[in-house]
Design a protein around this ligand. Structure first.
Ligand SMILES: CC(C)(COP(=O)(O)OP(=O)(O)OC[C@H]1O[C@@H](n2cnc3c(N)ncnc32)[C@H](O)[C@@H]1OP(=O)(O)O)[C@@H](O)C(=O)NCCC(=O)NCCS
Length: 185
């Protein structure tokens, strides 16, 4: 594929008013809710770049730098920073705004990797991405190193999964995994 798209073509924004059902016992945005927002906006961005369905292959660490308080706005900005063959790196910046004072803070950032899926259900090639601004170029240049680190992490996690297996703690090592058969089944 020789197609290319500008980073700006995948820029996606999402804003929400943080209300009590979104918060934890500290009256700040629940971390799991923020991670769902991150995955959602990043997937939209990846689809705008690939123009194909995508799946999340991985999410790098999310550091919650500042709490997002109830009644604040939380806004997320996502864009594709780099592509390889079938995968895309998406950067997400999360900003909290105090709606009374207008004061803003970057409360988290995250990198995610998405893979485009073709009609046959298999990973399919994506267009290359062209960075234009200083910020886009900075993130683009650092991407191959981050991709290498992910590759090594994926390998280690696969080894760990193989080592741990699927046996439940109460199952004997000789028992084959299968449906639980009991009086109610
Ligand atoms: C991600 C997935 C499609 C990869 O498929 P696969 O058959 O293992 O394919 P490959 O090993 O050839 O990897 C395909 C691409 O994904 C990338 N990739 C796979 N796992 C990755 C990971 N954990 N982190 C970053 N990139 C990853 C590979 O580097 C490769 O990129 P490239 O083509 O640009 O070089 C597959 O593992 C999958 O479906 N996982 C579950 C996804 C999911 O359920 N997500 C949550 C809901 S959307």
């Amino acid at each position: 594929m020789n197609e290319e798209r500008y980073v700006r073509e995948s820029r996606t924004f999402k804003a929400s008013h943080v209300l009590p059902p979104d918060t934890n016992n500290h009256n700040t945005l629940f971390g799991g809710r923020l991670m769902a927002h991150i995955d959602d906006v990043a997937a939209l961005s990846a689809m705008k770049h690939a123009r194909e369905p995508v799946v999340t292959a991985s999410t790098d660490s999310v550091d919650f730098l500042q709490p997002v308080k109830v009644d604040n706005e939380v806004s997320l900005e996502a864009f594709v920073t780099w592509t390889h063959n079938t995968s895309m790196e998406v950067f997400v910046k999360i900003v909290a705004e105090d709606l009374r004072t207008g004061e803003r803070a970057v409360c988290a950032t995250s990198f995610l990797t998405f893979v485009a899926i073709g009609p046959d259900g298999k990973p399919t090639q994506v267009p290359k991405v062209i960075p234009e601004t200083e910020e886009e170029q900075f993130l683009h240049q650092g991407a191959p190193e981050r991709a290498e680190a992910r590759k090594a992490r994926r390998f280690r996690n696969k080894q760990l999964a193989d080592l741990l297996g699927t046996r439940r703690p109460w199952e004997s090592p000789t028992q084959k995994p299968g449906p639980i058969v009991g009086p109610l089944s």
